[in-house]
Design a protein around this ligand. Structure first.
Ligand code: ADP
Length: 395
């Protein structure tokens, strides 16, 4: 639809009578509001066109006594997008045809033109111009879309390469790592003979670092399978209280070794439909972080709340550790996001910043929500909800 308000027109003519005649005709066209500008020659017209937007040019064919298309060609060369209607005293098929061939949208013989004829010509010209501009914009959009698609395809293939790299490197690391862990455990069990105090100490370091590395390798493998949609959940009915209790008890020795006080406060919630291994992994990740980011002697509490109104349960892991600055909270569940702070480096940063991202994915695959609240130097609580049916109907 054309916008009929404040249509800027530029009349290019050196003849006052022509300008007056056109101005009077325009005044008679009531539904449209025109703003008329006048230029006496092509140079002045050009500078006006550069200064402000003009919707349409009305160009005197008989400019400065010339009876040719020079002015038209000059204007359309400099402003190829600008619609131009020619007018003049003369009329005749030949003149009109020549002007149209040189790019004019119409020719109006002044001796015959009425305000209705003028309005029709102006509207037609503006509408034609609008359609052309829109189709140009569409073409431009299509071009941009094609470019975006190309960039997207490139990014997707880069992402696939990175995932492939994750997968290869983690597989390559997993096999020797498992072997190192097995032989170190054999030594630790004394199967290969007795060890002195120092050898035991060194072996403990080897085993601890193998443990860290195993977490990283597993995170990489999990991410690779998630992103390539090979990450399957095996949901089944599970007593959620029993699951949380088992997980906390199994984590007990780690908390004890690192001198953290681990307690639980669990409500009965009944049976939930979930992948128990994956939910255990989420709790374990939160527990490991709680140990990592608290001081020796710190307190960690795991709570389970029944949320009957939502037909869900909430599991939370609270610590009184170093806390997280508010500015980081929003991005904490992003892939590879880690808080950079001297204080954290003191807490022996390990991992790649994948743990919470994986937790979030697992919770969301159960149609639950995951969230965090924290206060710097006071402590942190990570929590997630699980809907009773794990987002699916079960029999
Ligand atoms: P990472 O493998 O680095 O631990 P995570 O995704 O598990 O990765 O955690 C991301 C970041 O969140 C960590 O680098 C750490 O800075 C912060 N964080 C996680 N848990 C806690 C916590 N309980 N207390 C303080 N900071 C935490």
């Amino acid at each position: 639809m054309l916008d009929f308000k404040n249509i800027n027109l530029l009349i290019v003519s050196d003849k006052r009578a022509h300008v007056r005649q056109l101005a009077e005709l325009f005044t008679a066209i009531t539904p449209i509001e025109f703003i008329l500008d006048i230029a006496e020659d092509v140079d002045r017209a050009c500078s006006q066109l550069r200064e402000k937007p003009i919707r349409l040019i009305l160009l005197d064919y008989h400019l400065h006594g010339n009876l040719d298309n020079r002015a038209l060609i000059q204007l359309s060369n400099q402003f190829p997008e600008q619609p131009i209607i020619e007018f003049g005293d003369l009329h005749g098929q030949e003149i009109e045809q020549a002007l149209l061939l040189d790019g004019a949208q119409d020719y109006l013989p002044l001796s015959r033109i009425t305000s209705t004829g003028l309005m029709r010509a102006v509207c037609r010209s503006l509408e034609r111009h609008r359609i052309i501009s829109e189709s140009e914009a569409l073409k431009q959009n299509e071009h941009l879309l094609a470019e975006v698609k190309q960039v997207n395809d490139k990014l997707r293939s880069r992402n696939d390469e990175i995932l492939q790299f994750y997968q290869t490197i983690s597989h390559e690391l997993k096999t020797p790592l498992t072997s190192i862990q097995s032989f170190a455990s054999i030594l630790d069990d004394g199967i290969a003979g007795d060890m002195n105090e120092q050898q035991r100490e060194y072996l403990a370091i080897i085993l601890k670092n193998c443990g860290h590395m195993a977490i990283v390798v597993n995170d990489l493998l999990t991410i690779a399978s998630m992103e390539t949609h090979k990450f399957d959940l095996h949901k089944k009915p599970v007593d959620v209280r029993a699951l949380v209790e088992r997980t906390v008890i199994a984590f007990g020795p780690i908390a004890e070794q690192s001198d953290r006080q681990l307690s639980m406060d669990l409500e009965d919630c009944g049976t939930f439909y979930m992948d128990d291994m994956r939910v255990t992994a989420v709790i374990n990740n939160m527990l490991s972080n709680a140990v990592k980011y608290t001081e020796s002697g710190g307190r960690i509490t795991v709570a389970l709340r029944d949320l009957p109104r939502d037909d869900a349960a909430e599991i939370s892991v609270q610590d009184d550790g170093i806390g997280i600055d508010e500015q980081h909270l929003r991005r904490l569940f992003d892939r590879l996001y880690q808080v950079r702070a001297d204080k954290i480096d003191r807490y022996k940063r390990s991992g790649l910043g994948l743990g919470l991202y994986i937790c979030q994915q697992i919770v969301e695959l159960h149609h639950g929500r995951i969230y965090v609240s924290s206060q710097l130097n006071k402590g942190t609580t990570f929590a997630f909800t699980l809907p009773k049916h794990g987002g699916e109907a079960y029999d």
